[in-house]
Design a protein around this ligand. Structure first.
Ligand SMILES: C[S@@+](CC[C@H](N)C(=O)[O-])C[C@H]1O[C@@H](n2cnc3c(N)ncnc32)[C@H](O)[C@@H]1O
Length: 233
């Protein structure tokens, strides 16, 4: 990983904002990801994220914390947060912004336990593919303190396969339709391609049942997106 994501965050943080990140996927064309969005305040967050932050309690693990926007909000509310991210640049930025406990780490290497685990901005993305969902969910479940919760958002991206006649062009012989190849570039440089997973609510719920988690739908967004709350059964 070249950490272009972290490089872009560092540029923005250090006042060198000249370009946005360019993203595309195996089923969609290039799009801009505005850097200011990754530094959003509570008021600029989607309602699903605001709801997740309101539900967060006890000790919190912010997984894939990026520039640390969610962690900062919780910290200011007096909540104890640990922000983790595999991006060195992102962790550097989160620290510069004032996140007290920010660690460069893969969630699979985390071993402390928490009352609340947050995975926001398509939190299922880090699972990468359907075959890995059980592994990640089992690990996350094992990090929960008694009575703890996982708050995670995602979207049903079936709509992205809809053609003009209202039909769907999903290849039923292919993998799950939410498994995408994700491409990112910044200032003309290309990141190593990644896998990024969107999960519809029912598929997430089924996966949760297989690992002993109860999956509740907390809130639906305006565009096939949702926030789920997972608790141990
Ligand atoms: C879409 S960004 C979301 C950032 C932040 N949560 C936000 O809402 O602004 C996803 C983040 O997850 C991080 N990430 C991806 N896989 C990870 C893993 N296995 N463990 C920890 N962080 C991961 C990426 O580096 C990236 O910063």
């Amino acid at each position: 990983m070249k950490d272009l994501f972290g490089k872009a965050l560092l540029d923005y943080q250090n006042g060198n904002y000249t370009e946005d990140l360019i993203t595309s996927t195996s089923i969609s064309d290039e799009d801009e990801l505005p850097l200011p969005y990754l530094f959003r305040d509570f008021k600029d967050m989607p309602v699903l994220e605001q709801k997740a932050l309101k539900l967060a309690n006890g000790s919190v693990l912010d997984v894939g914390s990026g520039a640390g926007s969610h962690s900062l909000y919780l910290q200011k509310k007096g909540i104890k947060v640990k922000a983790i991210d595999i991006s060195k640049g992102a962790i550097n930025v989160a620290k510069q912004r004032g996140v007290i406990h920010a660690v460069e780490m893969n969630v699979l290497d985390e071993s402390e336990s928490f009352n609340t685990i947050l995975l926001l901005m398509n939190g299922t993305g880090i699972f990468q593919e359907l075959s890995q969902v059980s592994k990640y969910l089992t690990h996350l479940k094992n990090l929960l303190k008694s009575g703890g919760q996982i708050l995670i958002d995602s979207s049903d991206i079936k709509y992205m396969y809809e053609d003009e006649d209202g039909g769907f062009w999903i290849d039923t012989n292919a993998n799950y339709y939410g498994e995408l190849d994700y491409f990112l570039s910044y200032k003309g440089e290309k990141e190593v391609p990644m896998k990024w997973l969107y999960l519809d609510f029912n598929t997430l719920k089924l996966a949760c049942e297989t690992v002993g988690l109860k999956c509740e739908l907390v809130l639906e967004g305006e565009h096939f997106d949702y926030l789920a709350r997972l608790i141990s059964v």
